[in-house]
Design a protein around this ligand. Structure first.
Ligand SMILES: [Zn+2]
Ligand SMILES: [Zn+2]
Length: 211
């Protein structure tokens, strides 16, 4: 079946996000998502704590490697930051996960090294990137160049941003099946940039809460 999954979502377990775990479920359902990957910065705590029968939760992490950010999907054990990216990919695989290169061309978002070819997939659409169209074009070109599967995610740090970009994954609703399907390329990246109105709201909230 075709599952609609936002493969890049931050929660309040990331220092720079305000989204509660309850909001993840509420907004995912509102956006018609079948599931999300929780990919907090350098921690799996939020991903492990989010237990719900309402959506599929792919546990994950966004690791700050020495060579840029890297997503680990289907990872439930913490993987240390500040390691060489090749070593980090190896650790993700050892933990039973897959390594996805997020926002590979978005120069201001600490993109992962473009010299590495051993990613399992490339995030070609990142809802938080501006200009979205340009970076989507460059991301798709990079993935095609390497012949790797393509994913999409909102990179949301504020609940209303969830689901702006998402991946259609052709798989049964089971985390292992989903990750296997991503690895073999049964994915279609979909969506759009996070709307300006929501970005402005988030910035206002950020100033208020001083995060
Ligand atoms: Zn990132
Ligand atoms: Zn992120």
């Amino acid at each position: 079946m075709d599952l609609k999954i936002d493969l890049h979502v931050h929660t309040c377990y990331s220092r720079d996000s305000v989204t509660t775990l309850k909001e993840v479920v509420t907004y995912s359902k509102r956006r018609g998502l079948d599931g999300v990957a929780i990919t907090d910065h350098n921690t799996v705590k939020g991903a492990l704590r989010l237990k719900t029968p309402d959506i599929i939760v792919v546990p994950g992490i966004e690791i700050s490697t020495l060579n840029g950010h890297l997503l680990g999907l289907n990872v439930t054990t913490p993987i240390p930051a500040k390691l060489d990216i090749k070593e980090t990919i190896h650790r993700i695989h050892e933990a039973g996960g897959i390594a996805v290169a997020p926002h590979p061309s978005v120069f201001y978002k600490s993109p992962p090294s473009r010299q590495i070819k051993s990613y399992d997939a490339i995030e070609v659409m990142n809802g938080a990137s501006i200009p979205f169209q340009v970076f989507t074009y460059l991301g798709k070109r990079f993935a095609a160049h390497l012949g790797l599967p393509q994913t999409a995610g909102s990179d949301s740090h504020y609940a209303p941003e969830i689901g702006a970009a998402y991946t259609i994954v052709e798989a049964d609703p089971d985390v292992d099946e989903i990750v296997a399907a991503i690895k073999k390329g049964a994915t279609i990246p979909m969506g759009e940039a996070i709307p300006w109105k929501i970005r402005v709201e988030r910035t206002a909230l950020k100033l208020k809460r001083k995060i």
